[in-house]
Write a protein that binds this ligand. Structure first.
Ligand code: 13P
Ligand code: SF4
Length: 310
């Protein structure tokens, strides 16, 4: 890229020329959030992808999110700035192992968190996201055994909230398991008025300490509506950009990770950059493509989720 190029302006030009929409997750770098037409959590992004009139969906997020957009809107060209932007949680459920696990529990209904591959979706009965998971579980008769995948932390949180005893796949997100309880406790003594807000992908001991638990959109809304002034945020740091924009007078502190060499940036989400976003719009690649049989099988449980979430 020509270093003198105004990448922001070029992206705006390409959006108009190509009738393209940029959908971004809150974990994307601030520059990407600033050029996005819509910023949201996984549910909001899926809903936008389903209803857009644009010809091209530029998905600034990770692979399973762009894949979901393609599943819902196959006539659109779906672009992902970096095809390697994966997800440790989605990777924790390989389809062949999951199929075998499912076969051992044929009486169980399979509820999968949207952070999984299209292959896992195709093996699922219903999908959920962090913002509608409780509602989805509550919609299932209490005597129906459930297998929940791939996030064991979200699954355990849901078991606690709904009183169910769902069988859990042993997967987790590398970003949400990195936080140090000890450091958070110390931070709270230095900031006694700070509220701890956490994503349900975090482990149970952290969630027990939290003042509020929710999806990224729910966490953002909470900080806007709550009358507090300081928050320790236990999720990926990208969300702080919108929190700070919406409440400039409030103070947001990223929850500290265990190891001082580590950080709570998602390495997959952060593979996307503004420059790669521009290049993928210019060259219309890399593109998400999917076999039609897989797409249709993966669409069924997503449609069930969207129906319940309307
Ligand atoms: P939500 O934005 O749906 O809460 O998901 C968080 C996440 O980890 C996405 O990868
Ligand atoms: Fe996956 Fe975790 Fe990154 Fe979200 S934050 S994309 S769940 S690795």
């Amino acid at each position: 890229i020509d270093p003198t190029m105004d990448v922001f302006a070029e992206i705006e030009r390409l959006k108009k020329e190509k009738n393209a929409i940029v959908l971004a997750h809150y974990y994307q770098e601030p520059d990407i959030q600033d050029v996005a037409d819509y910023i949201g959590d996984s549910l909001g992004l899926a809903q936008q992808a389903e209803k857009t009139q644009a010809d091209i969906i530029v998905f600034a997020g990770v692979h399973f999110m762009a894949e979901t957009a393609k599943i819902l809107n196959p006539s659109k060209k779906v672009l992902l700035p970096d095809l390697k932007a994966g997800c440790s949680l989605a990777d924790s459920a390989p389809a062949d192992l999951f199929r075998k696990f499912k076969e051992k529990h044929p009486d169980h209904l399979v509820v999968s968190y949207i952070n999984c591959t299209a292959d896992i979706k195709a093996l699922s009965d219903i999908i959920c996201t962090s913002s509608n998971a409780e509602k989805i579980i509550e919609s299932i008769p209490v005597d129906q055994p459930i297998l929940f995948a791939p996030d064991k932390n979200l699954g355990a949180y849901l078991n606690k909230k709904t009183g169910r005893n769902m069988l859990l796949w042993n997967g987790a997100c590398m970003v949400h398991e990195i936080f140090s309880l000890e450091k958070i406790t110390k931070l709270k003594t230095r900031h006694p008025n700070a509220k701890l807000i956490a994503h349900p992908e975090c482990e149970d001991p952290l969630l027990r300490m939290a003042d509020y638990i929710g999806s990224t959109t729910q966490l953002l809304k909470y900080t806007q509506q709550d009358n507090g002034s300081e928050y320790i945020v236990a999720t990926e740091t990208g969300i702080l950009h919108q929190m700070q924009k919406a409440s400039p007078e409030k103070h947001f502190i990223p929850a500290p990770p265990d190891n001082s060499c580590a950080c709570n940036d998602c390495p997959h989400m952060k593979l996307n950059t503004l420059e790669k976003l521009y290049l993928c719009m210019e060259y219309e690649a890399p593109e998400i493509l999917m076999e039609e049989q897989l797409r249709l099988a993966a669409k069924k449980p997503i449609d069930r989720m969207l129906e319940i979430s309307r």
